[in-house]
Design a protein around this ligand. Sequence first.
Ligand code: NAG
Ligand code: NAG
Ligand code: NAG
Ligand code: NAG
Ligand code: NAG
Ligand code: NAG
Ligand code: NAG
Ligand code: NAG
Length: 301
Amino acid sequence: MTTFIVLAITFFSLITNSVHSSSIVADFHALIALKQGFESSNVAISTWKIDSSEPTSVCSWSGIKCFQDRVVSLNLSNMALYGTVSPDISRLDKLIELSIDGNNFTGEIKIENMSSLRFVNISNNLFGGSMDWNYSSLESLEVLDAYNNNFSAFLPLGILSLKNLKHLELGGNYFYGRIPAAYGNLFALEYLSLAGNDLHGKIPKELGNLTNLKEIYLGYYNVFEGGIPKEFGKLANLVHMDLSTCELDGEIPPELGNLKSLDTLFLHINRLSGSIPRELGNLTSLILRADTGLRRRLSST
Ligand SMILES: *[C@@H]1O[C@H](CO)[C@@H](O)[C@H](O)[C@H]1NC(C)=O
Ligand SMILES: *[C@@H]1O[C@H](CO)[C@@H](O)[C@H](O)[C@H]1NC(C)=O
Ligand SMILES: *[C@@H]1O[C@H](CO)[C@@H](O)[C@H](O)[C@H]1NC(C)=O
Ligand SMILES: *[C@@H]1O[C@H](CO)[C@@H](O)[C@H](O)[C@H]1NC(C)=O
Ligand SMILES: *[C@@H]1O[C@H](CO)[C@@H](O)[C@H](O)[C@H]1NC(C)=O
Ligand SMILES: *[C@@H]1O[C@H](CO)[C@@H](O)[C@H](O)[C@H]1NC(C)=O
Ligand SMILES: *[C@@H]1O[C@H](CO)[C@@H](O)[C@H](O)[C@H]1NC(C)=O
Ligand SMILES: *[C@@H]1O[C@H](CO)[C@@H](O)[C@H](O)[C@H]1NC(C)=O
């Protein structure tokens, strides 16, 4: 009897270990939990066999890639899926790439405890809530694209712990409040979009410290006070800048003439005044869209 209990306990702890610790079996259970939240008529997802007796078979499921017997990539882009994404997704602890963009997922999504994760695309869904994740458990993250969802909150501050973040796209949501000045510390950023939200306040001059930026998009639906920070003249690598349709006023800072790589500058539908700075005339490859009034002044000088 004692032997039986000991054996039973040993067996039970073997099973629970294999479920909870890091292994392909844990990946299998995480994917099964995910599938249970999905609704779909897409046949591809039917390759996800819940009753599989062979957990390593997950590597042949549609949308999954493995490396050294672990799931490293989950790509379910544009699969006409809806339903919810279980927090068990975070148990795929060797995942490097996650693409679930272009579906109709609803509810909250939580992505945490994935120290290998470098690429996340959850754009073009209906996810809601705050994106208030534990970003310090996502230390490898380089790309975070959450464009066109239903997020509604202050911009997440936890993102500041992402020292390798190069691409941040939070546009097309309902983020409100101010752009935190601390976003000027995301030094690795090459792409920043906060366009099409409900942001207000001044555009922080600290964003001028993001000297690796190649693209910045802040306009549309956001309603800012004040003008374009002259510190944006420090963004020496900038190629595209779109600050259209967000009620900016004041003059266009002549410092923007320092942006030698700039080829697109969209400032139309604002309340900018004054004339187009002569310094912009030195940007030979520039395509500029400003207000009609400003354009007329440019051609008359
Ligand atoms: C995801 O899969 C789709 C369809 O196979 C492909 O077009 C897309 O490039 C993949 N995404 C990534 C990030 O690899
Ligand atoms: C999402 O749902 C809307 C409305 O039901 C539908 O028109 C659209 O095609 C769906 N998109 C996807 C990617 O399934
Ligand atoms: C994310 O997916 C969308 C399509 O749904 C695509 O347009 C976008 O470029 C992708 N983002 C990144 C960073 O690759
Ligand atoms: C991440 O790990 C912590 C600590 O183990 C745990 O409390 C939390 O629920 C995990 N988060 C997710 C989304 O699984
Ligand atoms: C967030 O994740 C880090 C790193 O995994 C961990 O040390 C910390 O306790 C977590 N914080 C919370 C609030 O769960
Ligand atoms: C979007 O979020 C709001 C709350 O902010 C909620 O009332 C609404 O139902 C959500 N829409 C969808 C399609 O989930
Ligand atoms: C960032 O910019 C602000 C104002 O433009 C400046 O005061 C600050 O010292 C800069 N911070 C760093 C770390 O460069
Ligand atoms: C344009 O560039 C030339 C040559 O670098 C320089 O001498 C001139 O001052 C610049 N003009 C303006 C308005 O910045």
